[in-house]
Write a protein that binds this ligand. Structure first.
Ligand SMILES: Nc1ncnc2c1ncn2[C@@H]1O[C@H](COP(=O)(O)OP(=O)(O)O)[C@@H](O)[C@H]1O
Ligand SMILES: [Mg+2]
Length: 267
């Protein structure tokens, strides 16, 4: 079992050395007096692809937003390359190399693909050409369709534009909130492969996912969040095969149906 009890257990399987991004004992929430996160911990080391999974409402998106200065952190610290960035504003974090792709409303539908990518680098427009080359090297489809309006794209294509927009500022850390949400199974696989591709191109990634199994398949490590706290952590494949994690967070409908049939064979 892999319950989180101490520092080593909290970040099971994490590499040695200084993390690129670290969240320590984060308490955060939206409304006064209501804490959604009750002391969350996460580290992301250079080159890693780290997942956050857990039930609906566990606080996954809230943790991502807390890292990106969009939810006030009431106690605890966030550091980037060892420097304190707790409660730094999002635009400042973008300049420092943190990218964030929210789950929804992450493209400007009335703008073309190219204009969306320009929005991604409005803080440093001189770099547009160089960065456009980089992102279209990863996603060639974007170059071919640069004049197409983002609003006319499929959900999967929009997600690609949103990721590319965040990559325009050459981030060292990318925070992704459920890139596979609302997509068909085939498109979901594409979203996960796209995430891996970005990671392989040298960007360290924290990915929040409802689709826990697929997420664990592509991640180096993952954290299971439950009710605003760390519940488990470890290498993706280990968590995927951990009976406790399967029982609590990965239970498939098929095994549930099987169990129900055994309990009430007459039903
Ligand atoms: N903007 C908000 N204002 C107030 N409460 C919120 C807001 N967004 C989320 N919450 C609450 O925070 C909790 C965690 O939500 P969230 O982080 O979105 O969970 P997850 O992403 O794990 O599904 C939920 O109880 C949700 O109702
Ligand atoms: Mg969420």
């Amino acid at each position: 079992m892999t319950t989180t009890t101490n520092a080593t257990e909290t970040h099971r399987g994490a590499p040695q050395g200084e993390p690129l991004l670290a969240a320590t004992d984060i308490v955060a929430g939206y409304l006064p007096g209501v804490d959604i996160l009750g002391g969350c911990n996460l580290v992301l080391h250079p080159g890693e692809l780290v997942g956050i999974i857990g039930p609906n409402g566990a606080g996954k998106s809230t943790l991502l937003k807390a890292l990106f200065g969009l939810v006030p952190v009431r106690s605890g610290t966030v550091t980037l390359g060892g420097e304190d960035i707790t409660n730094h504003r999002a635009d400042r974090l973008v300049k420092r190399g943190v990218g964030f792709v929210p789950q929804t409303n992450n493209v400007f539908p009335s703008l073309t693909i190219e204009e969306n990518l320009q929005m991604g680098i409005f803080q440093d427009p001189k770099q547009f050409g160089r960065r456009f080359e980089f992102v279209t090297d990863i996603f060639p489809a974007l170059a071919e369709r640069r004049r197409q309006r983002a609003g006319s794209l499929s959900g999967g294509e929009r997600q690609m534009v949103a990721m590319a927009r965040a990559l325009m500022m050459d981030p060292s850390v990318l925070l992704l909130d459920e890139p596979s949400a609302g997509l068909s199974p085939v498109r979901q696989d594409e979203a996960f492969l796209r995430t891996r591709k970005i990671n392989k191109a040298g960007v360290s990634i924290v990915i929040v996912e409802q689709n826990a199994r697929r997420c664990l398949q592509i991640c180096n490590r993952a954290y299971v969040l439950d009710q605003g706290r760390n519940a488990y952590s470890g290498p993706g494949r280990e968590l995927m095969n951990d009976p406790k994690v399967i029982e609590l967070y990965l239970g498939t409908l098929a095994t549930d149906v099987e169990a129900a049939d055994k309990a009430h064979p007459e039903a």
